[in-house]
Design a protein around this ligand. Structure first.
Ligand code: NAP
Length: 308
């Protein structure tokens, strides 16, 4: 069986930062990633709040993180992880093809995925008008009407981004107040292309081959409204990517619980970035987490080597 000192699962900002710090601490470091390294910022148009990056694109920053990790000779392997378990005191990572890797320490940096709405039509029209990524799909809706579902920072920011393409953006939120930061909301509401539809939930997405309309219901009046449009962008929050962990670790609402060293409830397994319980899910916090988790993993491996 392959044996590695440090195995990092996930190559977003947290995982790649952990790889940089792991390699710089001299650890034999393997990063496992099922998609393109970079994580969620790959579907972000601009990154405006990462210190020192004044004119950054999501993909540009993702590529820079990857290049930095590879500069320090971290190995990034394109594979899907099936399972993580502790067997005979060893941490074993099982890959989708059945191969196993024994790890001295593991850092979980698998991030989070977009929550699905679950209404009729959502699944049927995904890729046919329903999208979870404005940067990826906005250009398909040039001069067409679209809706954005959600009231957090992602929904409001992406609604603004979509106004660069769509003729009209309905911003549909289930409450009468947005969760997003004030500055972002003020900017969106000042945009004449954005029509807020408050206190409203998406009931169905309808059409022929492609999306043609949605039905929303006002939760206060129960009144239903049909809106003719071509696209529906759903940004209603995140869910942790922890399906491969079973009940190995202590979690809170699905998010991995860590201590201040980012250690999980299982010795030698650490968690960094969006996948753990944390009050702020940002690129900068994920990158900081990666550094902390790598140094904690180094401390753990060092203590184990020295019988500590
Ligand atoms: P979020 O902050 O959790 O917001 C999710 C939104 O979706 C909320 O408005 C919520 O409504 C709504 N929602 C949840 N479930 C729903 C359902 N079933 N039906 C309809 N609406 C539903 O998620 P996010 O916007 O994806 O942001 C995730 C994290 O990233 C946050 O910490 C956010 O601040 C951060 N972020 C930061 C920036 C930035 O700083 N530039 C940009 C993007 C994201 P309620 O408000 O009623 O709960």
């Amino acid at each position: 069986m392959e044996k590695r000192e440090l195995v990092i699962i996930g190559a977003g900002p947290a995982g790649l930062s952990a790889a940089i710090y792991g390699r710089r601490a001299g650890l034999d470091t393997l990063v496992l990633e099922k998609g393109r390294p970079g994580g969620q910022i790959l579907s972000t148009n601009r990154v405006e709040n990462y210190p020192g990056i004044l004119d950054g694109t999501g993909t540009g920053l993702a590529d820079a993180f990857r290049a930095h990790a590879e500069l320090f000779k971290a190995e990034i392997r394109s594979v899907s992880v099936q399972r993580l378990e502790v067997r005979g005191g060893e941490k074993i990572v099982t890959l989708k093809d059945g191969r196993e890797i024994a790890a001295g320490a593991v850092i979980l940096a698998t991030g989070a995925a977009f929550r699905k709405q679950g209404c009729p039509g959502e699944k049927k029209y995904t890729g046919m008008g329903v999208s979870y990524c404005a940067v990826c799909d906005a250009a398909f809706f040039e001069d067409l009407d679209v809706a954005v579902i959600g009231g957090g920072n992602t929904a409001v920011e992406e609604a603004c981004y979509l106004t660069g393409f769509a003729s009209k953006v309905y911003l549909i939120h289930r409450r009468d107040e947005f969760r997003a930061d004030r500055l972002v909301v003020d900017c969106a509401l000042a945009n004449p292309k954005i029509e807020p539809v408050m206190d409203s939930v998406l009931e169905s997405i309808e059409g022929g081959d492609m999306v043609e309309r949605i039905v929303v219901r006002n939760v206060k009046t129960n009144e239903r409204r049909t809106i003719e449009l071509s696209g529906v962008f759903i940004f209603i929050g995140l869910l942790p990517n922890t399906g491969f962990l079973g009940d190995l670790l202590r979690t809170d609402g699905g998010w991995i619980v860590t201590d201040d060293r980012l250690a999980t409830s299982v010795p030698g397994i650490f968690a960094a970035g969006d996948v753990r319980t944390t009050p702020l899910r940002q690129v900068v916090t994920a990158a900081g987490d990666g550094a902390r988790a790598a140094m904690s993993a180094y401390g753990y491996l060092h203590a184990a080597r020295c019988g500590g």
